[in-house]
Design a binder for this molecule. Sequence first.
Ligand SMILES: Nc1ncnc2c1ncn2[C@@H]1O[C@H](COP(=O)(O)OP(=O)(O)OP(=O)(O)O)[C@@H](O)[C@H]1O
Ligand SMILES: [Mg+2]
Length: 158
Amino acid sequence: MKLFYLTSNSSDETMKIAKTLASYLSNGDTVVLTGELGCGKTKFTEGFLSYFNLQDEISSPTFNIVQEYLCTAANIYHFDVYRLADVDEFYAIGGEEYFEKGICLIEWGELIEEALPLEYLKISFQKDPSKENTRTLKFEAFGNNYETILNHIKEEFH
Ligand SMILES: Nc1ncnc2c1ncn2[C@@H]1O[C@H](COP(=O)(O)OP(=O)(O)OP(=O)(O)O)[C@@H](O)[C@H]1O
Ligand SMILES: [Mg+2]
C-alpha cells in the first residue's frame, strides 16, 4: 500500500492517528507534514509526542526551525521549515544530520524536498471547506519500510 486516505473529524482524532503512527516508528524515520496554515500539522505532532509522554512540552518550532525532544525510546526532531528562504539554509543549519539521529517530523517538508532522505512518509492535510473540524489526511509511502507501516495504520483505522 503506497497511498491511502483517512478522515479526521476532530483534533483529538488527528492526535490519535499520530499516536498510532508513532508506535510504528523509530530513530532514523522521517515524516513530512504538509498542508495549508492551520490544517493540523502541529496538532499531529502533539499527538505523536504523546506516545512518548512528551506532549506537554510542545512548542512551535517556527522561530527555531527545529525543536528537540529526547527520551529513552527515541529522539524526536520537530521541524517547521516554512520560514527558510531555500534549501541551502536547511543544509546550513546541518538539517540533514538529524535524519540519522532520530525521528524527524518536518512541517512544510515539501519545501526542502531535495534534502529529504530517499525513503520517508508524507502526510498531506486537507481542510474541508464545509466542515470546520474535518481534515482529510493523505498518507504516501516513499520506500518499502513505509509501505509496511501504512498497511498497519490502515488495518487499525478501517
Ligand atoms: N480534525 C482536526 N485535526 C487537526 N486540527 C484540527 C482539527 N479540527 C480542528 N483543528 C484545529 O485546527 C488547528 C490546527 O492548528 P495547527 O497549529 O496544528 O496547524 P498547522 O498545520 O501546524 O499550521 P501552521 O502551518 O501554521 O504551522 C488547531 O487549532 C486545531 O484545534
Ligand atoms: Mg504548525
